[in-house]
Write a protein that binds this ligand. Structure first.
Ligand code: GDP
Length: 459
């Protein structure tokens, strides 16, 4: 349903459940009126902007007290949305916050749509689109590191880098347009220099594009598989990495969680372990398990943990698993070291092909911290490439940047062939538009809708 953008909106901003505090947020023209209608300040004074005040939330129809609250008015434009915003900090029980919300709605607000507060912040110029997306990333961050990337994006780092590149291209475009408009008054275009400058911009875009995978790792986790022949301790290792007894190992058949995926937090980096149900419900055909399943899983994953029983000799199944995994980004886990190390490490070294190897006991926990550290370092050096340690992009940014790059490559090619200036300017303009979409300087309603639909109500 389409709603007027100047309605006053209200929503519960905290999770729906029992908590110490529940926040109801109101934004828009009528926020102050709603505050005056529902709130009685305990010292009877007027409410200053950006001051937290104590008082009572009352039902204006009955004058009965609903809750003892703190209220805060944030006058436009110095608020999250840029509009007048009022927040009520109530006691956190669901019936209380629902009641306060209902009273706000009765007093002239309507229920906010998903992400509408942040959408208004964007439309009122408080945030650009990349920053608005950072708000969503921050709320949904799975680890402290992920939250760190989101905060840096919220701070505007990505937007600033892209704006810098874009403004260089806008200057070049202006030069081309001057040449088109006043061909007789200006010297001819220096094509070589022009192509060189384009090359610089392409490089900057490439650096950002290279961070797409890293961004994905922190947003959704690195798709990871644990493979190995039956009984080497894959399920036990998964449990130990998860830090709790969430799966049932082979000795305890029976009730098992059928989760398809679990997220293991390795020093702040989320590994999305895929097909955990497959790990936990091994079928009894050893060969199929060791090799066939490994093949399917390997295709789906970006990173592999190969588990081998250190207390026994390497056998043909181990070798088959290693063979399948060769060429993949992998770390070897020699498990069951509490039973002694019997494996031929020279032979293993040859088969491991330089992959780092860690000795652990999933049973006692020995070596697990070192494994986590090693996995983190391996991923950082092999699969992870943030921009100056600070910025990673998402799929939408990737698409915009890729489009900008394509246009610049075309412009560069035309430049090397000394094509007419107006011809080159079309591609350059295309690149400027595409880069503008990252921060939302030029972006369609549809894109905006898609982004804010992913938010929750109240954000
Ligand atoms: P999977 O088939 O590879 O998933 O192996 P499981 O995790 O189900 O483990 C198979 C058996 O090995 C179970 O009896 C586990 O308790 C045992 N096991 C797993 N890890 C270790 C370990 O580090 N040390 C010892 N002694 N036993 C282990």
């Amino acid at each position: 349903m389409k709603h007027a953008a100047d309605d006053t909106i209200a929503a519960i901003a905290t999770p729906l459940g029992v908590g110490g505090v529940g926040v109801v947020r109101v934004s828009g023209e009528r926020a102050k009126e709603i505050l005056a209608c529902l709130f009685v300040c305990s010292n009877g004074s007027m409410i200053d902007s950006h001051r937290m005040v104590h008082g009572w939330l009352i039902d204006p129809k009955t004058d009965l007290k609903v809750d003892e609250v703190l209220a805060c008015l944030m006058r436009s434009p110095k608020s999250y949305t840029g509009e007048n915003v009022v927040e009520f900090y109530c006691h956190g029980g669901l019936p209380v916050v629902q009641r306060v919300l209902a009273l706000a709605l009765d007093s002239g607000a309507r229920l906010a749509q998903k992400g509408e507060f942040t959408r208004r912040a964007f439309l009122n110029g408080k945030l650009d689109l990349a920053q608005a997306e950072a708000v969503l990333d921050l709320v949904n961050a799975q680890t402290v590191h992920g939250a760190g990337f989101a905060v840096r994006q919220l701070e505007g780092r990505l937007s600033n880098i892209v704006k810098g590149t874009r403004s260089g291209l806008v200057d070049m475009l202006a030069e081309l347009e001057a040449l088109i408009d006043f061909p007789d008054d200006l010297p001819e275009l220096n094509y070589d220099q022009f192509v060189k400058r384009l090359g610089g911009s392409i490089q900057e875009i490439d650096k950002l594009l290279a961070t797409a995978d890293s961004g994905r790792i922190y947003r959704v986790g690195l798709p990871t598989v644990i493979i190995g022949k039956p009984n080497v301790g894959k399920s036990s290792l998964l449990n130990t990495l998860l830090g709790e007894e969430r799966a049932i190992v082979a000795e305890l058949p029976g009730t098992t969680r059928d989760a398809i995926e679990e997220t293991v937090n390795v020093q702040g980096m989320p590994l999305r372990i895929i097909d955990t149900a497959g790990i936990r419900h091994p079928k009894d055909r050893a060969e199929e398990l060791g090799v066939e399943r490994a093949r399917k899983e390997l295709d789906a994953a970006d990173f592999t943990l190969v588990v081998i029983d250190a207390s026994a000799e390497l056998d043909s199944l181990d070798k088959a698993v290693l063979g399948r995994a060769s060429g993949k980004q992998m770390v070897l886990v020699l498990n069951k070291i509490d039973l002694g190390v019997r494996i031929n490490q020279n032979e293993l070294g040859r088969l491991a092909n330089g992959s780092p190897t860690f000795k652990v006991s999933a049973l006692t926990g020995e070596g697990i911290e070192e494994l986590k550290e090693g996995v983190f370092k391996y991923i950082q050096s092999h699969l992870f490439q943030p921009f100056g340690e600070a910025v990673v992009i998402n799929t939408r940014h990737k698409e915009c940047l890729a489009r900008a790059k394509e246009a610049l490559v075309r412009a560069s090619k035309s430049g090397s062939q000394s094509m007419p200036v107006d011809f080159i300017s079309i591609d350059l303009k295309g690149a400027v538009v595409a880069l503008g979409e990252v921060a939302g300087e030029m972006v369609s309603e549809e894109v905006i809708n898609t982004i804010f639909e992913r938010f929750c109500v109240g954000k």
